[in-house]
Ligand binder design. Structure first.
Ligand code: RB5
Length: 148
C-alpha cells in the first residue's frame, strides 16, 4: 500500500499526524507538501496529489485542507480523479465500494486525529464493487477523458 498525501496550512497538522501513523504502521507514503503552517493555496496541493495519483505509483491519495472542501474541488478538476470528501467510517467505506474514489479528502479543522485514522483504515479495507462501474463510466464520459 502506497499513499500520496498533501495539504494546505489548514490540513498541515493532520497530515503530519497521519504521516507518523503511517510510519508506525508500515504504510508507505510520499508527502507532496505543504511543509509548514505558513498560509498557502489549497489548489496547488490538490493538483500535486492528483497528478501523483494518476502516475499509478500510488494506491490512493489523501488531500487535506481546513474543511476538505476546497482541496477536494481542486483535485476533482483533474481528469481521472475521483476525490471524495469523507467524514466518518461509513462515507470512507462507501467512497471506495461505490465510487472507487482514488483520493479521499479530509478536513484538518473538522476531523480529529482519532477519527482520521478510523476513516483512512475504513477506506483502505474497502473493496470496489464492480456493479457500480457503469456509473463511473458515465462520470468519465462527462469528463471527456480518454484515459483510465
Ligand atoms: C484556508 O484558510 C481554508 O479556506 C482552506 O483550508 C479550506 O478549508 C478551503 O476549503
Amino acid at each position: 500500500m502506497k499513499v500520496a498525501i498533501g495539504s494546505d496550512h489548514g490540513g498541515y497538522e493532520l497530515k503530519e499526524f497521519l504521516k507518523s501513523y503511517f510510519k508506525e504502521n508500515n504504510v508507505a507514503f510520499d508527502d507532496y507538501g505543504t511543509h509548514s503552517k505558513e498560509s498557502v493555496d489549497y489548489p496547488d496541493f490538490g493538483k500535486k496529489v492528483a497528478h501523483a495519483v494518476l502516475t499509478n505509483a500510488y494506491d490512493f491519495g489523501i488531500v487535506i485542507c481546513g474543511t476538505g472542501i476546497g482541496i477536494s474541488i481542486a483535485a476533482n478538476k483533474v481528469k481521472g480523479i475521483r476525490a471524495a470528501l469523507v467524514y466518518n467510517e461509513e462515507t470512507a467505506r462507501l467512497a471506495k465500494e461505490h465510487n472507487n474514489a482514488n483520493i479521499i479528502a479530509l478536513g484538518g479543522r473538522t476531523t480529529s486525529n482519532e477519527d482520521a485514522v478510523k476513516i483512512v483504515n475504513a477506506y483502505m479495507k474497502a473493496v470496489f464493487e464492480e456493479r457500480h462501474q457503469k456509473r463511473l463510466d458515465k462520470i468519465r464520459e462527462i469528463e471527456g477523458a480518454s484515459h483510465e
